[in-house]
Design a protein around this ligand. Structure first.
Ligand code: PLP
Length: 479
């Protein structure tokens, strides 16, 4: 590592990235390249001799950027946002610069301790129950993704129940969720060895914005108990991916508690909003949960990846996931004086991710973060109103946070035709390059999703996007 070279190239790279952000609106939001495009542009093998930074940056401009879908564009409204920010970027830079691998406390004590502190800070901002704080048996940990968070708690819950009932009972373990739960849960079941027939995917209630009905859960649990099965894991949602549905946590938690079921709450997207007192009510009942996750990398100005997980019982994770080979033994770990996050996750190695979250919390402060969330929700509210005023469209589910679900209304009750026209609208809008929306299906109907949450999005971007949608729609409807 040549420090002076780092200084020179680093400045150049920062300039390049700053210019990218300055001109981000000139790019088509959704990349318009065809599959395999890059193979035709790059050599078949790595260079034998060093090339210059200029050569590489030229290739980035001409060959890589066309293949980028611009997630940070102010008119990126697809999926859920993946925020970046100056603070998040500085934290990423510092983490890359320090270059540590903090799997055990001893490998960089600050990495473990800062992570514990920052997760406690955020738990307090969310007003999570005390049991999720690091001072007792609980605590928080940063995972790479919500999928990893769900996987590790499922494995922890699985091993906890199997210690009680015996390892041979794996085939009897049952998982519960609504049909709106993210596919991350299905993946976790596949990896954790849960029998596919023991995954109860309960039909969500379309009359309550697709939330899970506690009576259906109770019914399913009772049926499984009667059949000699072992209910062990429930995943509740705060902000489902399709429509931001919020499950009734308190009622679900009560059922879980009385049946010895591990209750996990997935608030990957909407958790961020719950730092605002007026949205905190959406996680009321979280005190009944065993674990809770939210992605700071979605809507909390923290560059990808930074998925936050809190558990009440850290030993459920460590008993399932810890290993202690000779080559990792050290005094602090052996004396049980420290947290070794390697035992709370799947991989061994881990990045110093808490730095960027710490930077975000310190450089912006909680009040700025709350305003940030409120602004997006206001923009979504405005869009919801615009959609509801247009007779060609309908708002499909009531907006709760900053996602607006809408579609062109069916003509002559022809749902099939309606689905086709909405698909065509999505294609037309996205191939315009002016904005990027994604879609979902609710009760069999194709629905367009406009998730407002990119850091650069302003009122004008939402208004312009809606104009493009309306124009494309009237063209399609005329056809
Ligand atoms: N849960 C919800 C509600 C989500 O919306 C998503 C992704 O959008 C996930 C889980 C999966 O997130 P990740 O990509 O962090 O695994």
């Amino acid at each position: 590592m040549d420090s002076e070279q780092l200084r020179e190239y680093g400045h150049r790279m920062v300039d390049f990235i700053a210019d990218y952000y300055k001109t981000i609106e000139t790019f088509p939001v959704l990349s318009q390249v065809q599959p395999g495009y890059l193979h035709n542009l790059l050599p078949d093998s790595a260079p034998d001799q060093p090339e210059t930074v200029e050569q590489v940056l030229d290739d980035v401009k001409t060959k890589i950027l066309p293949g980028i879908t611009h997630w940070q564009s102010p008119t990126f409204f697809a999926y859920y946002p993946s925020n970046s920010s100056v603070a998040g970027f500085l934290g990423e830079m510092l983490s890359a610069g320090l270059g540590i691998v903090g799997f055990s406390w001893v490998t960089s004590p600050a990495a473990t301790e800062l992570e514990m502190i920052v997760l406690d800070w955020l738990a307090k901002l969310l007003n999570l129950p005390e049991q999720f704080l690091s001072k007792g048996n609980g605590g928080g940990v940063i995972q790479g993704s919500a999928s990893e968070a769900i996987l590790v708690v499922m494995i922890g819950a699985r091993d906890k129940v199997l210690r009680r009932v015996g390892k041979n009972a794996l085939g009897k373990l049952v998982v519960y969720s609504s049909d709106q739960t993210h596919s991350a849960l299905q993946k976790a079941c596949q990896i954790a060895g849960i029998h596919p027939e023991n995954c109860r995917v309960l039909k969500a209630d379309s009359s309550t914005n697709y939330s899970l009905r506690p009576d259906l859960l109770q019914e399913a649990v009772s049926k499984d108990l009667e059949a000699g099965l072992i209910p062990f894991f429930l995943c509740g949602n705060v902000g489902t991916t399709s429509s931001t549905a919020v499950d009734p946590l308190a009622a679900l938690g009560k059922i879980a508690e009385s049946n010895g079921i591990w209750f996990h709450v997935d608030a990957a997207y909407a958790g961020s909003a719950c730092i605002c007192p007026e949205y905190r009510k959406y996680i009321d009942g979280v005190e009944t949960a065993d674990s809770f996750n939210m992605n700071a990398h979605k809507w909390f100005l923290t560059n990808f990846d930074c998925s936050l997980l809190w558990v009440k019982d850290q030993y459920a994770l460590t008993e399932a996931l810890s290993t202690n080979p000779e080559f990792l033994k050290n005094k602090a770990s052996q004396a049980n004086l420290v947290v070794d996050y390697k035992d709370w996750q799947v991989p061994l190695g881990r990045r110093f991710r808490s730095l960027k979250l710490w930077m975000v919390l310190r450089l912006y402060g909680a009040e700025t973060l709350k305003s940030y969330i409120r602004n997006h929700i206001k923009l979504a509210k405005d869009l919801e109103q615009l959609v509801s005023q247009d007779p060609n469209f309908e708002v499909v589910t009531p907006r709760i946070f900053s996602l607006v679900c809408f579609r062109i209304v069916p003509v002559d009750n022809d749902e099939k035709k309606c689905n086709n026209i909405n698909r065509n609208l999505l294609d037309a809008v996205n191939s315009s390059g002016k904005l990027f929306l994604s879609h979902t299906a609710l009760s069999g109907n194709i629905v367009l999703r406009c998730a407002i949450g990119a850091p650069l999005t302003e009122e004008k971007h939402v208004k312009e996007a809606w104009k493009v949608i309306q124009e494309e729609a009237s063209y399609l409807l005329r056809k």
